[in-house]
Design a binder for this molecule. Structure first.
Ligand SMILES: [Zn+2]
Ligand SMILES: [Zn+2]
Length: 730
């Protein structure tokens, strides 16, 4: 369909990124504009960003309409992205302007295109040839007339800037102004493939055929770390490049990006575009523009990269698709995995969901035949998954306030003696989760949240893991004011490190916990140092489970395998299973078979037994049957509703009103549960009340919820947040 064109002075509707409930009418500017044009419009006294959304609504007095200020120098939004924004907004019950904001998050988008000075070969000859001048001209010829900045040229030729200026004066070099946002290097799909094993090659061929079909489809690519998942999906990227389409690879963690980019560069002979919070503003704008102008073939990024204005997106890879970080839990609540499938279906692209331990949603979609499924067996046979054993903590003798059992201690000592590494895993940051007063029994809590303060001994502070509030470690109890009676209860990784230092006095011990590093780079460097052998014992939280390679690691000790099984989260079993398998998967990655020891007080628990037996399909089937019987996701639908207010009564009033007026929900067979105080009943001083909506699969749940919440009046001081397909129940 031809996009609509609006002549200068013709009314058109513009959707802005401001919180308004509809597009506003404006007059097209001098030179006209297209439907989809990114524009700047006046709104009150301000200039704001917007997109021409279509014909004007026409319900304004035309004489009062203001004109679009200018059309930005970027390609208009394509129908596919517009559809995606509308559908994503409908699905997540997010206002359109908030969705548009996600799609225009490139700083300086409305700035005039920046330029920089570049140098090319000129017609003239230098009057006198020197060695330095010779080197400059040779460098230029060697690169076939490519343009360089002064700094690049000076560096490559090993000359000072005055040599370059001299050559310009003589006409041997030409100065030009070029746009600053340059295309990314060309990526060559045939640059350097890796040799694939037979089943890797078969999987790669299958994915390439999907891409060749030019139609939508989603594939679960399942394989343990070391099975070559990445090599396989890079072949899908190559197939996509061969067809001239763009590819997007989503990663769950920024710390992994740099290593991954290097890998991609080796495969395709150029560095792809990057999109995440760690990228500079200029680079973000460059990526945004180049993606739209086809100056970027591949983007590697975080979940928000899904909203980039791709010109022709042919493939989306979601690596570690089960990772909870794909669910945005702040602002616009969306699951990047599900949105990837939505966007691909709108632009006839393929999706690859890669994981060693897929989410139950994805597993069930593959079972139901909605997704293809490819299984990679390991390059190293069964040796990749370690031997797994439970340590029955009921039978172990431990001193008070210690957590490493004699069995685990012995196994770790053996590894240290052999010059191998051992990992002690505990998914708890800080020193101790609880600080208690031995005089009055008071537990130190956050003043703003319904959460305990966690002692971080390295930082000598107490910290709230909900809101980030920190205070210096108090000398006296905040309740009874007796000094010197505050004591830690329970272990965090810092305390575990203390115990390990006592047990293994000669070992080098390293703690990997996200809060101990100032930047992703510092963390990455530490991981590399450790992988290279700088530590004998690694003590780590959840982050060690994410794809880092420790080739010499042969023992994983899980300090508290029961930790994730507590709580009422419907995914508790699934998460524990995934996390334990991932952590265990760190052991024995190259040639040595590893051992994973799980300390547990309930070795007969079905989840623990499933982990130990390694019967993955059995676990998924049992878990699926249980969820099916309960009518919960992925076999039913859920939405979480959080009402929050500084006044507890206001929050409950609104929640009660919602429960009473739930006719729109009942009419589609949905039920509402609650209200109840949320498990974390207060965050940042706001009281939180929860409702849970459950419905059968296949009903128009969003529509019903939209009708439902429209019927209640929300006070200015009260906030209503709707979370479709909630992942977190806090
Ligand atoms: Zn006290
Ligand atoms: Zn707090």
């Amino acid at each position: 369909m031809e996009p609509a064109y609006f002549e200068a002075g013709e009314p058109c509707a513009v959707l802005t990124t401001q919180p308004l409930d509809r597009p506003l009418d404006y007059l097209a500017p001098e030179g006209g504009c297209w439907s989809g044009s990114y524009v700047e419009v006046p709104l009150g006294p301000r200039r704001v960003l917007g997109v021409v959304w279509g014909p004007a609504a026409g319900d304004y007095d035309r004489a009062k309409l203001r004109a679009v200020l200018r059309v930005l120098d970027v390609p208009p939004m394509r129908d596919e992205l517009r559809d995606f924004i509308i559908k994503a907004a409908d699905y997540t019950l997010t206002p359109l302007p908030a969705m548009l904001r996600l799609a225009t998050r490139a700083p300086g988008l409305s700035d005039a295109p920046a330029t920089r000075r570049i140098y090319r070969l000129g017609e003239g000859e230098p009057d006198r040839m020197t060695d330095a001048r010779q080197r400059v001209l040779e460098t230029m010829r060697e690169y076939g007339g490519l343009a360089f900045t002064q700094r690049e040229l000076a560096e490559m030729a090993g000359v000072t800037s005055s040599v370059i200026k001299g050559l310009v004066k003589q006409g041997a070099l030409r100065e030009e102004d070029a746009p600053k946002d340059l295309p990314f290097p060309h990526l060559d799909p045939n640059h350097k493939g890796k040799d694939l094993t037979e089943d890797q090659a078969a999987a790669a061929t299958h994915l390439a055929q999907g891409i060749a079909s030019g139609t939508y489809g989603t594939t679960l690519l399942k394989g343990v770390t070391g099975s070559g998942k990445t090599e396989v999906y890079l072949e899908a990227v190559a197939a996509c490049l061969k067809r001239g389409r763009q590819a997007l690879v989503l990663l769950p963690e920024i710390a992994l990006t740099s290593e991954f980019l290097t890998r991609l560069e080796a495969r395709f002979g150029g560095r792809p575009a990057e999109w995440h919070s760690g990228v500079t503003m200029t680079e973000r704008r460059r990526t945004w523009k180049m993606v739209a102008e086809n100056g970027a073939q591949v983007v590697v990024g975080a979940r928000s990269a899904l909203f980039l204005p791709f010109r022709d997106l042919g493939l989306i890879v979601v690596d570690e698709e089960h990772d909870t970080s794909y669910k945005q839990e702040d602002g616009v609540l969306y699951n990047a995995r599900d949105m990837a499938v939505l966007r691909a279906s709108l632009c006839s692209a393929r999706v690859v969901l890669a994981s060693a331990t897929p989410s139950l949603e994805t597993w069930a979609n593959a079972e139901a035949g909605k997704y293809d499924r490819l299984d990679l067996t390991s390059r190293f046979g069964e040796a990749v998954m370690p031997e797994m054993e439970a340590v029955d903590m009921r039978a172990e003798t431990l001193a008070a306030s210690t957590w490493i059992s004699p069995t685990l201690r012995k196994a770790a000592q053996e590894r240290i003696d052999r010059g191998e590494q051992a990992l002690l895993f505990l998914n708890r940051r800080g020193y101790a989760p609880v600080t208690i007063c031995r005089a009055c029994g008071h537990q130190v809590a956050c003043p703003h949240c319904d959460a305990r303060m966690v002692e971080h001994r390295f930082l000598k502070r107490l910290m709230c893991h909900q809101c980030g509030e920190t205070t210096p470690m108090p000398e006296e109890c905040p309740s009874c004011h007796v000094a010197g009676k505050l004591a830690p209860v329970g272990p965090g990784v810092e305390r575990l490190a203390e115990e390990a230092t006592t047990l293994f006095p000669d070992a080098r011990i390293a703690v990997l916990s996200s809060d101990l590093f100032g930047s992703a780079r510092a963390l990455k460097e530490e991981i590399k140092r450790i992988a290279d052998g700088a530590a004998d014992i690694i003590i780590g939280t959840q982050m060690v489970a994410k794809g880092h390679n420790f080739p010499n690691l042969t023992l994983v000790g899980v300090i508290d395998a029961d930790l994730g099984l507590q709580g009422s989260d419907l995914r508790a079993a699934e998460r524990t299973f995934q996390l334990m398998r991932q952590v265990a998967g760190r052991a024995g990655r190259s040639t040595k078979r590893g051992l994973a020891l799980m300390q547990t007080f309930q070795p007969e628990h079905p989840v623990i037994r499933a982990i130990l037996s390694g019967d993955e399909e059995g676990f998924w089937q049992a878990e699926a049957a249980e969820r099916q019987a309960a009518g919960v996701p992925p076999y039913g639908r859920m939405a979480g509703v959080i009402v929050s207010s500084e006044e507890l009564n206001d929050a409950f009033d609104l929640a009660n009103q919602l429960t009473r007026q739930c006719e729109p929900l009942r009419s589609v067979g949905a039920q509402v549960f609650g209200p109840a105080p949320a498990p974390i009943a207060r965050i940042r001083g706001r009281h939180r009340v929860r409702l849970l909506v459950k419905s059968p699969k296949g009903v128009a749940l969003q529509k019903a919820i939209a009708l439902w919440v429209r019927n209640v009046r929300v006070k200015n001081t009260t906030r209503l947040t709707i979370d479709i397909d909630p992942q977190s129940f806090l």
